[in-house]
Write a protein that binds this ligand. Structure first.
Ligand SMILES: [Zn+2]
Ligand SMILES: [Zn+2]
Length: 148
């Protein structure tokens, strides 16, 4: 039980940390050609950048597949990564970018902070001068003021 909870949380936390690093150093680096489709406006529903979600999703599915027989650490890491992916999709793709128009602007100061931090990431559509690369790992200043 403790293993299940521990590795689920670890999978979740590792996704935010590695996601932050991959976004900052690879997506805004050598993989900018793919990631820029998320920074430039386009009318199509899918972006080439969605390949990254597909890649992370495949890692989760693979881990769950490898660990499901024994319900070992791989299974729970896969569950943690999947939960992160689900939350990322809800917050980043639906709440912030409104790719599906389900949710209105958030009212809680925590969600407003996440929202503002990611908007700040999108102020620039350039490879080199972007800020705040995580979903949760963002500068604290965005959480200071609450809009009404
Ligand atoms: Zn970016
Ligand atoms: Zn975005």
């Amino acid at each position: 039980m403790i293993e299940a909870i521990g590795f689920t949380i670890l999978g979740f936390v590792l996704m935010e940390i590695s996601g932050w690093a991959i976004h900052k150093y690879l997506m805004h680096g050598p993989l900018w050609m793919i990631h820029k489709t998320h920074h430039k406006h386009s009318d199509s529903f899918l972006e080439l950048n969605d390949l990254f979600s597909l890649l992370f999703g495949s890692v989760a599915v693979l881990l769950i597949f490898l660990g499901i027989g024994k319900l070992d650490y791989r299974f729970w890491l896969g569950i943690g990564i999947s939960l992160y992916g689900l939350l990322y999709f809800l917050l980043h793709d639906i709440l912030i970018h409104r790719r599906i128009k389900w949710l209105d602007r958030p009212k809680s100061s925590f969600l407003q902070g996440i929202f503002k931090a990611h908007q700040a990431h999108h102020y620039s559509d350039k490879k080199d001068d972007a800020v705040s690369f995580g979903l949760f790992l963002v500068p604290k200043k965005y959480f200071k003021t609450k809009d009404r």
